[in-house]
Structures are given as structure tokens and as C-alpha cells.
Write a protein that binds this ligand. Structure first.
Ligand code: ADP
Length: 644
């Protein structure tokens, strides 16, 4: 809020306040970017009115007096063609003064707040972004140059009036309204007067709001009066219901069109974009519930924000209980949106009860399975759509094996990776595909983790695999090491990090390979010892490699040591990470190692060894502890080469 000056006009005390800066930005952007779909304002306001009715019904569970003499919840929409206004009235929970200031003056929802944070100022880019959000109440200003809200909170007596032209300020004061609920009047802009029409409003309601579970009423259009009626007294206006007015999820699947499913998603998901997929099921038996679960097409910006809105909208016996019921799905499926309606919980269930209720556990198990099955089906039948899902949510799904022991194998099937098979950054390789391409005698799934895709792709560790034509999964996402710490095996095949411990290629190595290696090892014993003496401080040990064909040396993480990614995650989380030194592996077949072996000057030998060690660090995409010393050493060697 920026200003706060009191004015007094028309005998009613009014105060003028400024919108939060972010609201101003949002309003500006919205008006400029959503002009091609101005009609969505009605969907947003009806959606709010319906939410307000849900909230009242819930509050009335513990205080039935709130419903008073007006127990039928409904939304009435009317218009005045002459004065160019539209009015949307609900008898829901209503708002008091504090509610109005908080809800209609600031941005409270984390998703929208996050969006505003991400706004670039580039109108074109931002307007693409805004498509991802439920734009809410402020969308009224797309069509109106003035909006007036009168509202009375259920159980209270002082009604509030709010008014704004959407440019930067709003006024707030007392209102005369006596009945509970909210009345919103839109004063239409010149270019949007067409919305003040019976036909327009009805068709928008049917298109966008048919699924709303309470009646949306409009006045019956006046029929041309017949002569004998003309003499009679004027009839009271008659209202009629325009929508289906039945909770959509209670209807049978075959009666619901795709468009209805999509519209319902916009309503509950506060997401303007269409969902990627949904699954609607009624379950009877030991548990009784109906679920309607959606996979969004795009990830919200706050997917990694701990406070992101997640969870399902919970209904008990069709009564709305709460938004964001988080207990029904694991964290790694936090992107799922939807509704759960059950007869198995009591109407006065609280969040605390949800956390302990064994029925909730059973439903969570069933719903988790439902989502994983929906994803498996998508992967199988619509690989392209699955790929777009993976791009948006793959990173989150990778949290699955660590969080959900029971479904580890199921989640593993859904994972996608980069691999040496195609060596492209897009993650398209499934474990099943990898297994189908395994070489004869191969009993492990090989992978490498690195700091970046390029570092993984050109890691020296891949050399022997390339030579033998064995596929390796390339992992460079922050979460990959953590994921692999929880994935021990898939389809009976264990995973092996090729940059860690002793590389055992098992049957993939021929007897000759093994013999040759033993011979080289024997021949290199002295050299290994010499290098070890020089690098004792920096490395755990030195040994002859099995992995390299083209590079002189590489670094290997000890079998039980922490990898670089994991180390960084732990350090970022402020945890002490035990020091560990790498193992230095040399390739005696390489001319540089041969050159090193023949070096008789001990100082030069030491310098060369250190350069090789630093290069091995660099080849991994790692950072040198003393880059300056490396450069000096290398330059000295270069000068010697050129005879200086
Ligand atoms: P959202 O509905 O996505 O939370 P909005 O900007 O549409 O965001 O609305 C902000 C808030 O204003 C709502 O969360 C609700 O608390 C309140 N509100 C809006 N319209 C109504 C209404 N008709 N009755 C009661 N409260 C409302």
C-alpha cells in the first residue's frame, strides 16, 4: 500500500489506498496481454463466487447459523444494457474490511507472486508467461474501467464497499448491503459494451462455467407480451439456471466432454493453459471416493518453492472441505492438481486428523498408483506428450525413488536420461530401452555423473565404453547423484557409476584384455610408485587404468566417497562434508605417460605429474584449487619444448 489519505464524499467515509506495486504491474500487463480473450473475466469472477460459496458451506459445518435464512447458495448475473454494467452477485462467505484490503489490494497467492517476480518488463515475453496463471479478480479490469465491490462477511454486520479504476488506487468505505455475500459491478469500457447482453453472457457461462456446482442464475429474457397479458399487472422478474449446476466429478465420464474437463481444470487449477492429461475415477468398495486428477501442461514457476500451492481440493460428501490437501499424494507428485471427494472421512476433518488417518494413507497409496499408471500410459501411448511432460516435471519425478520406496521400480520405468546412444541433451532414453540394447554378457547399467552435459559427454571415463560399444547414461542434473543413491537396480540389473571405484566390466572384458592389463600393471609398478610419492598429498592412490584409451590419466571417486554433485548439495545445505581424495588412474599406453616414465630429472617428473593431475581435474569439468600454478607449470613446459 503506498498512500493512505482519508476523504469524505457523499456523507460516506471513504479511504483511498494504493495498490501494492506488484498489483499495478500485474494489472498493466493483464490489460495489455489478455485483450484477445476479454471474456475470461466472467469465468474468473464466477470461479471466485463459487469458491466463496464453498467456503461458506464449510464454515457452516461448525456454525450453521451462518447460513441463516438464506441457505441456498447461488450466483446471480445480470446486466444493464443502457448503463453498460454487468453485476455478479453471490451469497457466499463475503469479506470484511481487512479481507478486502488483503485480497483486493495485494497479491497473496504464491504462484502469482512468483510470476510477478519473474516478469521481465518485456511485454511480449511476459504476456506469454501470464497465460500460465489464473489471473483472478483483477481480470475484471480487462473489460471494465471501473469496478465496484460490495460485500458483507457471513456472521458480521458491517458491509464494505471497494471501488477502483484499476490505475493505481482503490477506495474503501462502508456499504449499505444487508445480505451476506459479494456483489461485483463492472462498468464496461466502450470497446467491451457487447458483454452487456443476454446472449453473450449465457454463452460465456455455458462455455467456461458450466461445471460450477451451484446454480448460476440469469433473468429469463422477456417474451414479447401477448395482448391479453398486457392488461395484467407487471410480473416479478423470473430467474433461471443457466449452467448444469452439478459437481462435475459426480457425473459419469461418458457425459463429460473434453472441453468441460478442461474448463474445470482452469477453475480448480488456477491455470489458464489446458491440462496435458487427466484421470477421472469413482471407486467403491472398502474405500469410497471419486478422484479427478490432472497433469498440467506447464510447470509453475514455484515448483521448487517449499511454499508452493500443492495438493488436492478435498470434498467430503460433496461438501468442500479444504484446498491444498497435501496428504493424498507424495511430494514428488506435487505438480498434480485435482479434486478428491470421499465418503470415508468425517465432515469435520482437520489437517491434523488427515495426517494420522489410516484411510488417508490408503487413499494416498491408491492415488499415487493412479498417477503413476496415468504417466505410464501416457509414455506408452503418446510418447511425444510424455516427452513434453518430462521436460516440465522430470526433475521432480527424479525425487521419487528416494521418497517412495514401494513404487521405486514404477517410477524408474518413467525416468528418462541422456545417453551415449544419441548423446543429445534432451533426456529421451528409458531404462527399458537401455536394457534392450545391452551387449551380450553385460549385466550392469552404466552411468556417469558430471557437472554439465558436455562434461559428461566428453568425459575420458567413457573411452573404454566407446571402444567396446557399450551404452552409458549421461547424468548432469543436480539431483542425479541423489537419485542414483536410491536406485540400486532396475529389472534385476544393478547400476554402476563408471567414474567411481574399481571398474569391473565382468564378462565384457575378454581373457586377453585381462591378461594385457595385468602385464601393463606389472610393468608400471615403479612408475606408479614414483607418481604416488609426488602426489601423495593430493590423491588417495595411483593405479593403472582400465578405462582410458585416448587420454593419459583420469580421476576416480572412491567406491564409498561422496560424488561432486552430492558434495555441492550438502555444502549448499550447510552440512559438513568429509574430505575425500580421488584416485589417480594412469594410462601407460599413452605417449605422455611413456614420456613421464622416461624422465630422469625428479623435479621435472614432479612438475609433469602435477600437470597431468590438474588436466584430469579439468577434463571432468572440475575446478583447480590453484589455477595460477597450473598455468605457470604448463607455460614452463611449453617454453622448454620450444627450446628456451
Ligand atoms: P484467487 O481466487 O486465485 O485466490 P483472486 O485475485 O481472484 O485470486 O481473488 C483474491 C481473493 O479475494 C480470493 O482468494 C478470495 O479470498 C477473495 N475473493 C475474491 N472474490 C471473492 C468473492 N466473490 N467472495 C469472497 N471472497 C472473494
Amino acid at each position: 500500500m503506498t498512500t493512505n489519505e482519508a476523504t469524505s464524499k457523499d456523507g460516506i467515509h471513504k479511504e483511498t489506498m494504493g495498490f501494492q506495486t506488484e498489483v499495478k504491474q500485474l494489472l498493466h500487463l493483464m490489460i495489455h496481454s489478455l485483450y484477445s480473450h476479454p471474456e475470461i473475466f466472467l469465468r474468473e469472477l464466477v470461479s471466485n463466487a463459487s469458491d466463496a460459496s464453498d467456503k461458506l458451506r464449510y464454515a457452516a459445518l461448525s456454525d450453521s447459523a451462518l447460513l441463516g435464512t438464506d441457505p441456498h447458495l447461488e450466483i446471480r448475473i445480470s446486466f444493464d444494457e443502457k448503463n453498460r454494467t454487468i453485476t455478479i452477485v453471490d451469497n457466499g462467505i463475503g469479506m470484511n474490511r481487512d479481507d478486502v484490503i488483503a485480497n483486493l489490494g495485494t497479491i497473496a497467492k504464491s504462484g502469482t507472486a512468483e510470476f510477478v517476480k519473474h516478469m521481465t518488463g518485456d511485454e511480449k515475453k511476459d504476456s506469454q508467461l501470464i497465460g500460465k496463471f489464473g489471473v483472478g479478480f483483477y481480470s475484471a479490469f480487462i473489460v471494465a474501467d471501473k469496478v465496484r465491490v460490495e460485500t458483507l462477511k457471513a456472521g458480521e454486520t458491517e458491509a464494505v464497499a471497494w471501488e477502483s479504476d484499476g490505475s493505481g488506487e482503490f477506495t474503501i468505505g462502508a456499504a449499505e448491503k444487508t445480505g451476506r455475500g459479494t456483489c461485483i459491478t463492472l462498468f464496461l469500457k466502450d470497446e467491451h459494451t457487447k458483454f452487456a447482453s443476454d446472449w453473450e453472457l449465457r454463452s460465456i457461462i455455458r462455455k467456461y462455467s458450466d461445471h460450477i456446482s451451484i446454480p448460476i442464475l440469469m433473468l429469463k429474457p422477456e417474451m414479447p407480451a401477448r395482448e391479453e397479458e398486457e392488461q395484467q399487472e407487471e410480473k416479478a422478474p423470473e430467474w433461471e439456471t443457466v449452467n448444469t449446476a452439478k459437481a462435475m466429478w459426480t457425473r459419469s465420464r461418458s457425459d463429460i466432454s473434453d472441453d468441460e474437463y478442461k474448463e474445470f481444470y482452469h477453475h480448480i487449477g488456477h491455470d489458464y493453459a489446458d491440462p496435458l492429461k487427466w484421470s477421472h475415477n469413482a471407486v467403491e468398495g472398502k474405500l469410497e471416493y471419486t478422484s479427478l486428477l490432472y497433469i498440467p501442461a506447464k510447470a509453475p514457476l514455484d515448483l521448487y518453492n517449499r511454499e508452493m500451492d500443492r495438493g488436492l481440493k478435498l470434498f467430503v460428501q460433496r461438501v468442500f472441505i479444504m484446498d491444498k490437501a497435501e496428504e493424498f499424494l507424495p511430494l514428488y507428485l506435487r505438480f498434480i492438481k485435482g479434486v478428491l471427494d470421499t465418503n470415508d472421512l468425517s465432515l469435520n476433518v482437520s489437517r491434523e486428523i488427515l495426517q494420522k488417518d489410516p484411510q488417508v494413507d490408503s487413499m494416498r497409496t491408491a492415488l499415487t498408483k493412479r498417477v503413476l499408471d496415468m504417466l505410464a500410459k501416457l509414455a506408452k501411448n503418446e510418447p511425444e506428450a510424455y516427452q513434453s511432460f518430462w521436460k516440465e516435471f522430470g526433475q521432480v519425478l527424479k525425487e521419487g525413488p528416494g521418497e517412495d520406496f514401494v513404487n521405486r521400480e514404477k517410477v524408474a520405468k518413467l525416468l528418462r536420461f541422456s545417453s551415449t546412444e544419441e548423446a543429445k541433451e534432451e533426456q529421451t532414453v528409458a531404462l527399458e530401452g537401455y536394457i534392450s540394447r545391452m551387449k551380450e554378457g553385460q549385466d550392469k547399467i552404466y552411468y556417469i555423473t558430471a557437472e554439465s552435459f558436455n562434461a559428461a559427454k566428453s568425459s575420458p571415463h567413457l573411452e573404454v565404453f566407446r571402444k567396446k560399444g557399450i551404452e552409458v547414461l549421461l547424468m548432469c542434473d543436480r539431483i542425479d547423484e541423489w537419485l542414483m543413491a536410491h536406485l540400486n537396480a532396475f529389472d534385476g540389473k544393478s547400476f554402476e557409476d563408471i567414474g567411481r571405484g574399481d571398474l569391473d566390466l565382468g564378462k565384457l572384458d575378454s581373457e586377453e584384455d585381462k591378461k594385457a592389463l595385468e602385464e601393463v600393471e606389472k610393468k608400471s609398478e615403479d612408475l606408479v610408485k614414483r607418481i604416488q610419492d609426488v602426489l601423495a598429498e593430493q590423491v588417495e592412490s595411483v593405479r593403472v587404468t582400465h578405462r582410458l584409451t585416448d587420454s593419459p590419466a583420469c580421476l576416480v571417486v572412491g567406491a564409498n566417497d561422496m560424488g561432486a554433485q552430492m558434495r555441492r548439495i550438502m555444502e549448499a545445505a550447510g552440512q559438513a562434508v568429509p574430505e575425500s581424495k580421488p584416485i589417480f588412474e594412469i594410462n601407460p599406453e599413452h605417449p605422455l605417460i611413456g614420456r613421464l616414465d622416461s624422465e630422469t630429472d625428479e623435479d621435472r617428473f614432479a612438475e609433469l605429474s602435477k600437470v597431468l593431475l590438474d588436466q584430469a581435474h579439468l577434463a571432468e569439468g572440475g575446478q583447480l584449487t590453484d589455477p595460477g600454478a597450473y598455468v605457470q607449470r604448463l607455460n614452463k613446459l611449453l617454453l622448454e619444448l620450444s627450446g628456451h
